[in-house]
Design a protein around this ligand. Structure first.
Ligand SMILES: Cc1cc2nc3c(=O)[nH]c(=O)nc-3n(C[C@H](O)[C@H](O)[C@H](O)COP(=O)(O)OP(=O)(O)OC[C@H]3O[C@@H](n4cnc5c(N)ncnc54)[C@H](O)[C@@H]3O)c2cc1C
Length: 351
């Protein structure tokens, strides 16, 4: 196994594989993932929605720019987006001004989702461009591209020590890799990787989000995602099931997140209050950690104290829909240290 490369990427979620694939166009890359399988953590636990108006204002352009890749993904023989639409329902106050959104009446909302209790609504915002993402297909597309460029993926390798000699010594219990650059795409563990490297943490906060499946009512396959303007719940069809969430954001240590019964109960109560669905039982549940920087935006670029250590962190709730554009930015700043393309996401803003 070749243990010397230009770049070592730590983390095999969507951030790690997309960055590794982009970088592999011009450099040799090794990706190290702690788990036996890639995408085991947050990437494998998402709601899989491309939602153009969702996320920190600075990241919305990344979502928009990623659309070009999603519409025509290289080396993928099937669409990775399928139409879904999103309905943001409003129970009181003004309708939010959402990019790409069209204000509609309570009746029009209930025409789209008959289970909604229209009498409770003051209106809704309809976003026709929201789409389901084939997350596994997107992730695999980047894995294929990385491998076809000669990149290496090694699973079951936990990085436990990082020594910033020239080159970096990236150590796991199974051996040490050497590289000129290190990319930190470790999701909830991003700050831990920085500490291993002797660098200051950003202050990343992983926040648990719960999701669960219930049996869908008849004729609901084409419903849009329904969320409320206060971000208290959402649900969307997923085959013969409805994927539901309380939209929780509970701070957590980095870990293999598990759902709490109380969060599921809260979601069921909120969704039952807003609809006639009368959910009484669930079919399955899970939770994942959405990791946020202190200002809620993303962290992309080299560390101010070591320009060969690169952050791709703080993806929050939009890490899949922003991945193509974020990975390109990271690769640009890694290969051209003078580039200002990623300036809004510069890790130096936290120092
Ligand atoms: C319920 C839920 C719904 C969501 N819905 C959406 C959505 O609809 N649309 C959207 O765009 N986003 C959504 N997200 C957010 C999205 O899933 C994340 O932003 C994204 O997956 C983050 O990817 P990542 O690669 O940074 O993290 P991860 O997928 O967690 O990958 C990090 C990897 O680093 C590895 N690692 C950590 N430490 C080490 C180490 N020391 N050595 C080696 N490897 C290490 C981990 O094992 C892990 O595999 C959702 C998230 C959740 C939980």
């Amino acid at each position: 196994m070749n243990r010397r490369s230009d770049v070592v990427v730590i983390g095999g979620g969507i951030a790690g594989v997309s960055a590794a694939a982009e970088i592999s166009e011009t450099a040799s890359v090794v990706l190290l993932e702690r788990e036996p399988t890639l995408a085991y953590h947050t990437t494998g636990r998402s709601a899989a929605l491309y939602f153009g108006s969702y996320g920190h204002p600075d990241t919305l352009p990344l979502t928009r720019r990623s659309m070009e890749w999603f519409e025509d993904p290289p080396n993928v023989d099937h669409p990775v987006l399928s139409p879904r639409g999103a309905l943001t329902v409003v129970f009181s106050g003004d309708l939010p001004d959402l990019e790409g959104g069209v204000p509609i009446t309570p009746k029009e909302a209930a025409d789209r989702v008959p289970s909604l209790r229209a009498e409770l609504l003051v209106g809704a915002v309809w976003e026709p461009d929201a789409a389901d993402m084939d997350v596994a297909g997107i992730h695999q597309a980047y894995v294929r591209r990385l491998r076809s460029n000669g990149g290496t993926i090694v699973t079951s390798r936990e990085v436990t020590s990082l020594t910033p000699d020239a080159p970096w010594q990236v150590s796991t219990p199974e051996g040490t890799w050497q590289a000129d650059h290190v990319v930190n795409a470790a999701g909830a563990w991003g700050d831990e990787i920085a500490r291993l490297a002797g660098l200051r943490p950003i202050g990343l906060v992983p926040k648990r989000r719960t999701a669960f499946m219930v049996t869908a009512p008849p004729d609901s396959e084409r419903w849009p995602l329904v969320t409320d303007a206060g971000h208290n719940f959402y649900f969307k069809p997923d085959g013969i099931q409805l994927l539901c969430s309380p939209a929780d954001e509970t701070p957590s240590e980095p870990c293999d997140a598990r759902p709490e019964d109380v969060d599921i109960a809260i979601a069921i109560e909120r969704i039952n209050d807003a609809t006639s669905l009368q959910i009484t039982s669930i079919r399955s549940s899970w939770a994942g950690l959405r990791t946020f920087a202190p200002d809620g935006s993303m962290v992309i670029g080299s560390d101010p104290d070591n320009e060969t250590f690169h952050w791709l962190a703080g993806q929050g709730g939009t890490g899949i829909q922003t991945a193509p554009a974020a990975a390109k930015l990271l690769a640009t700043t890694l290969t051209d240290a003078s580039s200002t393309a990623a300036a809004p996401f510069d890790p130096a803003r936290f120092r």
